[in-house]
Design a protein around this ligand. Sequence first.
Ligand SMILES: [Zn+2]
Length: 53
Amino acid sequence: MQERFCTCGQRLQVVYDLTGFVPWEALIMAQGHGDPIKVCPCCGRHLSIHFLR
Ligand SMILES: [Zn+2]
């Protein structure tokens, strides 16, 4: 698990799911939430592993 940040500063967690349908798919989680998210809970920006800092 890695800690990344949205461009707005929201802290996110990235998990690489080795058992999922797509190997090595990066799942982005919000802090304290168990489900993957697609958009930032803070600014609503669409999240991509490539755009996180
Ligand atoms: Zn954000």
